[in-house]
Write a protein that binds this ligand. Structure first.
Ligand code: SF4
Length: 423
């Protein structure tokens, strides 16, 4: 979206500055996300009362009428119209009429989000979106309604984008999507594009074979879609980072089933085993929801135990949020707010303990860090291949380079390390 505006001669400013137009790219994953989007919309109009406020993204896709009722909103589109957003904004600017253009769920059929993104200046990591949509319909999730069915991007186009970003000097390519594990799983995809491997493996193979000094990271994989055998196959690609974000959502088989997710805690632990056999320090991050309808204290304790057994590097904890139109909305035994708060605090604590144990096992190891930022306190920070945030005393010329670092101690949200000079 930013590139569309830059191409037409617009200048991008900070979100707090005065502007002629504000784009609010909304999220609807929780009630809180909806509320924050509404706050952003009101704030934008307050900063610049004459600006066009254009709203897009998942909230406007799923509940356009709620946003249309806000007088601050001038343009509203859903996810399918993002590639034409600039036209709608400029159209609105001509005579200041309000525009509402949101495709229906059934119309979200094509892969429309295909701009080649090359201007992520000042970054070391480049994100390439490879897939849109999700067909899984987990009981709590609105995303399939907001994003439509799976549409995978043309592999050649992805590889071209990766090649261009690597030539521009990016050292880490992150493959993202709504459910990246579903990449290339549509019927007839393999025949259409002539690829051999199942799903995302085809893209990893193609990018892995590109020349250049870079690494590949997957933003996430879903255990509903991939199993231990599949994940094991990915280990043979040397540029793929030993880090996976693998959402478990609950450690209780009963709750996983109620969530309409098709794996068991043992399936998940089997994946963990394969990854840790490859590298005992394989970084595994996850999401866990607390307070899903019907979650008893015993179910919650299964989640707590899972944190310990899987040895997560980072646990993102979410309190279950009722979303209108999902299966879980009408489930019995909704969990009270204070119970959710209490469980959330306990789980975050367990996540911190697991991270501390992970860091303790990494102490003394030499990892490769891609430094990306110099902090005000003079430290430089970046990530290891297994996704530990590292801080080191160093000079600016280490930025955007692969640097060997000996990890020494836990520090803030990561580890402090010492740069090993090159011989
Ligand atoms: S797989 Fe992920 S995006 Fe798809 S429905 Fe489940 S939680 Fe939502």
């Amino acid at each position: 979206m930013k590139e569309q505006f830059l191409e037409r001669g617009w200048t991008v400013v900070e979100e707090t500055e005065e502007a002629d137009c504000y784009i609010i790219n909304t999220c609807t994953v929780t009630n809180l996300a909806d509320r924050k989007s509404r706050q952003f919309i009101r704030r934008a109009k307050k900063v610049s009362p004459n600006a066009v406020v254009a709203v897009t993204g998942c909230y406007s896709q799923v509940k356009p009428e709620e946003l249309w009722d806000m007088p601050e909103v001038d343009v509203i589109t859903g996810n399918g119209d993002k590639p034409h957003l600039i036209d709608l904004v400029e159209d609105c600017l001509k005579d200041r009429h309000r525009i509402r253009k949101v495709l229906e769920y059934g119309e979200l059929k094509d892969y429309t989000d295909r701009g080649i993104i090359l201007s992520m200046e000042g970054r070391t990591r480049a994100y390439i979106k490879i897939e849109e949509g999700c067909n899984r319909f987990c009981a709590y999730c609105l995303i399939p309604f907001a994003r439509g069915r799976v549409r995978s991007r043309d592999p050649e186009e992805i590889v071209e984008e990766a090649r261009a970003l690597i030539e521009k000097g990016f050292k880490e390519i992150v493959l993202t999507g709504i459910n990246t594990a579903l990449y290339g799983t549509e019927e007839g995809f393999k025949e259409k594009y002539g690829v051999k491997e199942d799903g995302i493996e085809s893209i990893i193979r193609m990018i892995d074979s590109l020349p250049g000094d870079f690494r590949i990271r997957l933003s996430s994989l879903e255990p509903t879609v991939v199993n231990a055998e599949y994940v094991g196959r990915l280990m043979k690609y040397p540029k793929l980072c030993p880090h996976l974000h693998l959402s478990i959502q609950s450690g209780s088989d009963k709750i996983i089933r109620a969530m309409n997710r098709h794996y068991s805690r043992q399936d998940y632990l089997d994946i963990v085993k394969v990854l840790r056999e490859y590298d005992p320090g394989y970084g595994i991050t996850t999401d866990i929801i607390v307070g899903f309808p019907g979650e008893t204290e015993e179910d919650f304790e299964d989640s707590l135990r899972m944190v310990d057994e899987a040895g997560f590097l980072k646990v993102h904890v979410f309190k279950y949020s009722k979303r209108k139109g999902t299966k879980a909305e009408s489930m019995k035994d909704q969990v009270r707010g204070e119970v959710k708060n209490f469980r959330s605090d306990r789980l975050m604590e367990a996540g911190d303990i697991a991270a501390g144990e992970f860091f303790a096992k990494e102490r003394g190891k030499v990892r490769t860090v891609l430094f990306e930022e110099v902090l005000k306190n003079g430290l430089v920070t970046g990530y290891t291949e297994n996704y530990i945030r590292v801080y080191a005393d160093a000079s600016e010329n280490l930025l955007n380079e692969f640097v060997k670092v000996r990890l020494e101690e836990a520090y803030e949200d990561g580890m402090k390390g010492t740069v090993i000079p090159e011989r």
